[in-house]
Ligand binder design. Structure first.
Ligand code: IMP
Ligand code: MG
Length: 194
């Protein structure tokens, strides 16, 4: 899309103005809600009731909150912890190195883990988190992402549970940001630049 790169993918916190213009809806709140319900049923069937949810911040917080409540309706009673990861670098491209800026504190050893992220792009973030949790002794680590951009993958990783597979568009809303803005939108959309 014209002129809008992913500044937040670098993990940088420099102030960038909220771009003017509208956000065109790609998935409505109702479509997301239906998909989240189906994902929860699938996850409950696969992993069972006793899981540790590890959500990767910041982008997954809205999705995680809805998914947890949907999982409740399927008898899942998880422990929940949060991890903040960032790929640091300069400009709009991630350097490819992932670091932990806030770690989880819950015990991982022996746990069945559902790792949740907002979007799977290069795959580096999820690969890093999955490996870390395995090294710490998790029994199982399966991943759930709201969105998947399979064309953009730079490492061999796939999520076991995917909300929506999309093409190479930069999306915002439902937790996802552009330069720290738009996370509050109840839908997923693309910023219209004209
Ligand atoms: P990767 O899979 O390691 O490249 O990391 C993906 C991360 O980049 C996500 O967790 C998001 O924070 C960010 N990201 C990638 N694509 C988008 C997008 O379209 N909108 C908003 N954030 C994105
Ligand atoms: Mg993220």
């Amino acid at each position: 899309m014209s002129g809008l790169g992913p500044p937040s993918a670098s993990g940088a916190t420099d102030a960038v103005q909220r771009p003017p213009g509208k956000v065109e809806i790609m998935y409505s709140a109702a479509e997301i809600s239906a998909r989240v319900g189906a994902l929860a049923a699938d996850i409950a069937d696969t992993l069972g009731p006793d899981i540790l949810v590890v959500a990767v911040l910041k982008g997954s917080f809205v999705f995680t909150a809805d998914l947890l409540r949907a999982l409740h309706h399927h008898g899942v009673h998880p422990r929940i912890d949060f991890m903040t990861l960032s790929s640091y670098g300069t400009g709009t491209e991630s350097s490819g190195k992932v670091r932990i800026t806030r770690d989880i504190t819950d015990e991982v050893r022996g746990a069945k883990i559902l790792l949740i992220d907002d979007i799977l792009e290069s795959g580096r973030t999820l690969a890093f988190a999955r490996e870390l949790l395995r090294e710490r002794g998790a029994e199982v680590v399966q991943s759930c992402v709201l969105l998947d951009k399979p064309e953009k993958r730079k490492t061999e990783i796939n999520a076991e549970f995917v909300g929506f597979a999309i093409g190479d568009a930069f999306v915002v809303g439902y937790g996802l940001d552009y330069a720290h803005y738009f996370r509050e939108l109840p839908y997923i959309g693309v910023i219209a630049t004209d």
